[in-house]
Ligand binder design. Sequence first.
Ligand code: TLP
Length: 350
Amino acid sequence: MVRQTERVIDLRSDTVTQPTPAMRRAMAEAEVGDDVLGEDPTVQRLETLAAERVGKEAALFVPSGIMANLVSLITLTGRHDEVILGSESHIYTSEVGGLGFFGGVFLHVLPNEPDGTIALERLGRAIRDSVYTPRTRVISLENTHNRCSGAVLPMSYIQQVAELAKAHGVRLHLDGARLFNAAVALGVPAAQIAAPFDVVNFCFSKGLCAPVGSIVCGSAEFIREARRTRRMLGGGMRQAGVLAAACIVALEQMVDRLIEDHENARRLAEGLANIPGIAIDPTRIQTNIVIFELAPEAGWTPIALQAQLKQQGVLLSLSGERLRAVTHYGITHRDIDTALRIIERVMKRG
Ligand code: TLP
């Protein structure tokens, strides 16, 4: 088959986004110092801004989303405590069991519903504190939920989980790698989503386009402890203001435009639903992640289709056994239409 497009349409993840010109300028001009000594003014500015945006007292800049999860959950637990989380959570599926390795923390895994929630009754039954078992210290939720196709957790659900956690003296953590996608989809401030949580992480390096960086937000006391955990994990960075400068631009300039990514994702999902052999319910796509399955009669395995599409300049990723497309800055609605044409043609083996 002759390749129809020279431009590669990279839908593997929103992590492939490049820093914007404004970010590059801000990075070049950033005022920096040694952040491990608490002397980087740009990191401090970012931490203050991020804490404000999510309505928490303080924040701590870390290199990655995985380190944000590690720092948060190790700080909230002691050895042989447990964290309850979903079977489709990024922490459980994609973080190499680091919490057990570095923190001696057990993962108590409960099934995720397709909408990213964990059934409340299950959560209620799972919390434990006896001489026979690890002690439940934390419930961790993910919002938006990556492997549940970018689902946004309903606010009423979060509130109910928070009440349950409080009633049992259990802390509530949010892996909000894509928290701002959830906020934009719901049309509410991120702080409203973050309010019921004790600790909230989010990433600058996904849809917000910064090259590197995530952040942990919580009470001032928690962040003081979290700083020790970050150091233990080797996550203290020196003149990190060069990175933080791009993250400030991410927060100030890149949040509102996420709506475009959501529209493109919906457009993609609606187009995919019209292609014979693709199984997807486009009404379930709320943010920028489109996960779909191939019907057996399509005659394609996800890996084979992924490889063939790559040759035609459309890059997708795998999410378990399914295919995943993520929309982001730099992907236009014309790219979506081109990708759809290519997918349809390839699937027909034309
Ligand atoms: N997710 C990546 C891959 O690892 C799958 C992606 O392309 O979506 N929490 C959530 C919900 C995430 O989706 C990710 C990254 C992380 C944490 C980890 O962030 P990084 O990669 O910055 O450590």
